[in-house]
Design a binder for this molecule. Structure first.
Ligand code: HEM
Length: 187
């Protein structure tokens, strides 16, 4: 299976867009539906507003013990009850990328407790991190989250806590794309 993905905002796909909201910087054009394709997409497909390309890559910052903890509790994507998803494309600043790996790790975890805070919301939230900085894309990351609709409030709280950290001083663009999937077979 390819590690390349493309998130196509347009008129097709299982996910219905319920809201597109800019958090920091420019938003994305409106779209009705989202399709996730497990390959690179060369051209903007017909009837689509945007395509965001990404790659699922290796971890950068997580330590052994954090990986073990995550693996023990994190749920898989595509659970039948996870009818709400949020795609959050993020771009970090030039200052962030000018830091050394150990400096970024220190801000990410020792100061901001990204993983420790995030773990409090597992196993309710399933997640997948996509990288796109080296593909020359407008964002550096596409972050993807899935959960049952009753956990929306908890997820909102997680977003507030994340954005209140030192790590977010280095975020210069962030958009929330809220999605809903109909339950049942064939939908
Ligand atoms: C649901 C709970 C969450 C957990 C357990 C979690 C965990 C992690 C971990 C372990 C990494 C580091 C991966 C590596 O070592 O390369 C990471 C990276 C990242 N996460 Fe989360 N996260 C969560 C929620 C979030 C949320 C809500 C956002 C956005 C609002 C977010 C945005 C990011 C970004 C942008 C990165 C990449 C950071 C970088 O490489 O500079 N995460 N997350």
């Amino acid at each position: 299976m390819s590690n390349r993905y493309a998130f196509v905002g347009g008129s097709q796909g299982p996910w219905r867009v319920t809201e597109i909201r800019s958090v920091i910087g420019a938003s994305l054009e409106p779209a009705e539906r989202l399709e996730i394709v497990n390959s690179a997409v060369e051209f903007l497909p017909a009837n689509s507003a945007w395509v965001l390309q990404s790659v699922v890559s290796n971890v950068r910052y997580a330590k052994r013990q954090e990986l073990d903890t995550l693996r023990a509790v994190q749920p898989t994507l595509n659970r039948s009850e996870a009818l709400t998803a949020v795609l959050i494309p993020i771009k970090k600043t030039a200052q962030w990328w000018a830091l050394a790996q150990d400096e970024r790790r220190a801000i990410f975890e020792e100061e901001s407790h990204h993983t420790a805070v995030g773990l409090e919301y597992l196993p309710e939230v399933a997640r997948q991190l996509h990288h796109c900085r080296d593909l020359g894309e407008p964002f550096d990351f596409l972050t993807w989250f899935e959960f049952a609709p009753e956990h929306t409030q908890a997820f909102d709280e997680l977003l507030r806590r994340m954005r209140d950290t030192k790590e977010w001083d280095y975020v210069e663009r962030e958009v929330e794309v809220w999605l809903h999937k109909a339950s049942g077979r064939g939908l």
